[in-house]
Write a protein that binds this ligand. Structure first.
Ligand code: SF4
Ligand code: SF4
Length: 356
């Protein structure tokens, strides 16, 4: 049996677990502040392009971050998730999420983490959501679905509940995937995708959808989404008989573990220049913070999952979901900082992929 090196063991811990300073949102915000020495403030760029401020449109997507525990510790993770993270949403907060859902016209619930499947109330929540007319997205890292007997039962249950799976797959080659996500992740992801395909996910003539998510391996922008999707479809079909619906291209935002990597390698300034120089005003209308509410495991509210990780809470008097009234959603302004350039660069980026 292969032994696990000290380096690999260490990499199984989040930055938070290792006590690294940059795992603190305060330190990340300091670093983002430093980028103002060589790049314009994001708010100024918006103003220069005719956007006075960024107002939300209406609440369409409730994104629930169930907690930061994950079986993986991917290099680019904006959550700094890992097996050592213990934060998880209580049943009380989950019930508040259902209340907001029932009081709003949100058409989609987006379950994320960490690995949302690892939350002890995951199946309870799917059952609750199945009684409501909402689309349910589960952001899965795929490997969790083949990691134990318990989780191997989940694909069938997710098919029963008719959820849409949004699965990370940063490349169609093993080397690139394992480099970013850990040894063996590619093979496990392929096995999970084959199981999901057998159940109908991603196959023609079924309503069960699976979308894959691509993000660049380093400090560059994603390529053209449709072209990349065609390449993925061809290679995965030919090599593994795997089918899927859409490919979402997501830009790495300069926060958390990705920030740690590019900052420590001296690439942050170049990356910020790339993002700033690629600012695309046509992406602004579609930014996900305009129609999405992000809920942290403890019930605090944010404009998006990225602001959640930077601990920049929503601009309301009370930032707790227990006090949230749906009409407040459109009454506030979105909180912005330099990381927002990641959402507006090139074709734009959101949890649903490119914006233009
Ligand atoms: S699978 Fe997702 S949540 Fe887990 S470490 Fe990787 S990027 Fe982070
Ligand atoms: S990082 Fe969040 S707040 Fe900033 S533009 Fe992107 S979605 Fe909006």
């Amino acid at each position: 049996m292969r032994t696990i090196s000290v380096k690999e063991k260490k990499s199984k811990r989040s930055l938070h677990g290792q006590g690294v300073a940059i795992s603190q949102s305060k330190r990340q915000l300091q670093i983002l502040d430093e980028t103002l020495n060589y790049s314009p403030a994001f708010q100024d760029t918006l103003k220069d392009n005719g956007f006075v401020n960024l107002k939300p449109s209406g609440l369409e997507i409730l994104q629930i971050n169930l907690g930061y525990m994950c079986n993986l510790t991917c290099e680019h993770c904006h959550v700094d998730a890992g097996p050592d993270r213990k934060e998880k949403m209580s049943r009380e907060v989950l019930e508040e999420c259902l209340r907001v859902l029932d009081e709003s016209k949100a058409h989609t619930v987006d379950l994320t983490g960490g690995a949302p499947e690892m939350h002890p109330d995951f199946l309870w929540l799917l059952e609750e959501l199945s009684h409501r007319e909402v689309k349910v997205l589960v952001r899965s890292n795929l490997t969790i679905l083949v990691s134990s007997k318990k989780y191997r039962a989940y694909p069938e249950l997710m098919a029963k509940y008719g959820v849409t799976i949004v699965a990370s797959m940063p490349c169609y080659t093993p080397g690139n995937v394992d480099k970013q996500r850990g040894d063996g992740v590619f093979d496990q992801s392929i096995e999970a995708l084959q199981i999901l395909n057998q159940l109908g996910f991603g196959r023609e003539n079924t309503e069960l959808c699976i979308h894959l998510v691509y993000n660049p391996l380093g400090p560059s922008l994603p390529g053209n989404q449709s072209k990349l999707e065609a390449d993925y479809k061809q290679v995965l079909k030919e090599n593994f008989d795997i089918e899927f619906n859409d490919l979402y291209c997501i830009t790495n935002l300069p926060i958390s573990r990705f920030l740690n990597t590019i900052y420590s390698e001296g690439n942050l300034e170049d990356y910020m220049h790339l993002l700033v120089n690629s600012f695309n005003p046509s992406t602004v209308e579609g930014l996900m913070c305009r129609n999405t509410l992000s809920v942290r495991w403890d019930g605090l509210l944010y404009d998006c999952d990225f602001n959640q990780m930077l601990e920049m809470p929503i601009a309301l008097d009370s930032q707790a979901i227990k006090d949230f009234k749906v009409q407040q959603f459109s009454e506030r302004e979105v909180i912005l900082h330099q990381h927002c350039y990641g959402c507006t660069a090139g074709a734009g980026s959101s949890c649903q992929g490119s914006l233009s």
